[in-house]
Design a protein around this ligand. Sequence first.
Ligand SMILES: Nc1ncnc2c1ncn2[C@@H]1O[C@H](COP(=O)(O)OP(=O)(O)OP(=O)(O)O)[C@@H](O)[C@H]1O
Ligand SMILES: [Mg+2]
Length: 243
Amino acid sequence: MSILKTEKLTKKFGGLVAVNNIDFEVNEREIVGIIGANGAGKTTLFNCISGNLQSTSGKVIFNNKDITGLKPYEIAALGLARTFQVARPFANKSVLYNVTVGSFLRTNKKSEAIENAKEIINFLNLSSKMDVLAKNLTLPERKRLELARALATKPVLLMLDEVMAGLRPSEIQDMLKIIEKINKEGIALVIIEHIMQVIMSVSNRIYCMNFGQKIADGTPEEVTKDPNVVKAYLGDEYGILKN
Ligand SMILES: Nc1ncnc2c1ncn2[C@@H]1O[C@H](COP(=O)(O)OP(=O)(O)OP(=O)(O)O)[C@@H](O)[C@H]1O
Ligand SMILES: [Mg+2]
């Protein structure tokens, strides 16, 4: 069953078609990876789905409801959360404060919001940083905070925009375990990531974009063998290594 579906979604910036006629679908509990070169339109697709940008044309359907044109907080309230490629925490506030802000989407009781935030902070192994100001976190901690803020809104679909960029291999492994744990709780995920081994290992399905358009949609194995993907993104070298 599909939880998210875009129909001919298009976003133009002047003459540039950043997202071009995109039909993109995510099924319940699925992990879908989105790949594509810099500027392919991946983040713009997220922005149009989450309501952070108004699409030029096309539709976004979430849980069988047309959410096209809704405001970001309305979409979040329906259970769709996302992280930002450039993290946007309240820099001068603590980890607990930042995550609690997310919890308030589901409750207006302060004690409940804090309780929920603490649970998520524990889940993301950030308990020892609870009272640290966001601006004083290390990069991997900031990435986990970004994830915690999104999770605090209790989503059924979570979209992650390069949450592993800049992390060391061991930190990436930690993040992958967290992602798998989130998915086991029944949450569907869409993950934008440039690190091929990582996205191929965690995703059930891969969607590849190039110049705003879809060029492939299939299992990791199918997509890495797709000549269009190899040509546009992976490069011949990767293709040779894989064959
Ligand atoms: N607000 C904006 N105004 C004008 N052009 C934009 C805007 N946002 C993105 N673009 C352009 O749209 C295209 C798609 O950008 P987008 O950020 O979606 O790519 P991306 O696939 O996420 O790339 P990256 O891998 O580098 O994050 C690029 O050409 C970019 O310069
Ligand atoms: Mg991007």
